[in-house]
Design a protein around this ligand. Sequence first.
Ligand SMILES: NC(=O)c1ccc[n+]([C@@H]2O[C@H](COP(=O)([O-])OP(=O)(O)OC[C@H]3O[C@@H](n4cnc5c(N)ncnc54)[C@H](O)[C@@H]3O)[C@@H](O)[C@H]2O)c1
Length: 374
Amino acid sequence: MTVGVGLIGAGVISAQYLANLTTFPDLEVRFVADIDLERAAARAEEFGVPASGTVEQLLADDGIGIVVNLTLPSVHAEVDLQILAAGKHVWSEKPIATSAADARRVLDAAEAAGLRVAVAPDTVLGAGLQTAFRAIADGRIGAPQTATTMVLNPGPDRWHPAPEFLFQAGGGPLLDLGPYYLSTLVTVFGSVARVSAVGGIARPQRVVESGPRAGTTFDVTVPTHSALLLEFAGGGSAQATFSFQSALPRAGFFEITGTEGAIVLPDPNMFDGASQLWTQRSWRGVTGQDQPEPETIEAAGPDDGRGLGVLELARAVAAGVPERASGALAAHVLDVMLAAARSAETGTTVEVASRILTPAPLPADWDPTERTLP
Ligand SMILES: NC(=O)c1ccc[n+]([C@@H]2O[C@H](COP(=O)([O-])OP(=O)(O)OC[C@H]3O[C@@H](n4cnc5c(N)ncnc54)[C@H](O)[C@@H]3O)[C@@H](O)[C@H]2O)c1
């Protein structure tokens, strides 16, 4: 039986979700809700979803089994708790919450009700990163030792029509972009044990640059640059830089070095992209007679985009197995991000207490376009 899906939050990202969710045969999108009823109705019409309205109306639909929460970070936990109270599984956009206590409340409520909470990013389930994870699991770089990663750009005030939330509590490049990079790191290295970080705010005010509110000034209240050093509980370390204040954009810079080689991963904010594999023997020194090219590993598997995690959740519930983009993993990533924020504020290294089990790679033939549910 197909799983009924409802979507709360008909903003910018809902278009990408609906474009994909409405094509998966295992799912049936039944309802779009928003506090802005006109926006919900317009999105429903655009993607042929039969109903739209309030959150309460959505939650009263007995045909909906999973609710996709695409509201703002400041209300993710509150909306998740409403969804769980209505007896439905949750897929939430990232971050899971803006405090560890709120994340705990959501996970405890789900456990008490026998329901699931799965959380973005689902880019980690895309063909690009899954292919890289399989190469690492196959031992292509030996044992992972270190990682270097960064994402830098001028900031989403350049393009988002309502960017304030990305520069205030619950936002900043750390909480907005960190989940993509940190979820990828913990999938490869396991739990983070300790974090040191520095951060800063280049400009205390910004201006909305696109959309009907262009020209509106707003305050920046969280760091727009965060640089982290991470130590993993099982060994290994990483450095990660997240910035909304660089005129020089760098997207998806992500390298992992192991005992036998190094791998350049595709952009963790994307679902596709090849990886490049280097072996220790590739390099012959700076005098460098003919440097060999790295081996390109083309992405294999689904690259359908946002919504893959909702489908994986639906199939995991049906199979009675854990979902990969789990709430526990998201809560650990939140712990790491909050530890980094505290480290930058206090000038100390901060311990991270939570631990996760790393999800196994998806089978290479996992197919979103197949009907798998009876
Ligand atoms: N915009 C992107 O490119 C992007 C990409 C990936 C993830 N995300 C994440 O998706 C989420 C939404 O981002 P967005 O850019 O679509 O934001 P947005 O501001 O465009 O849309 C948010 C929508 O949620 C609605 N909303 C807010 N509170 C609500 C509530 N309590 N009940 C019902 N509706 C409510 C708003 O009315 C609005 O329509 C965020 O968590 C963001 O981090 C955004």
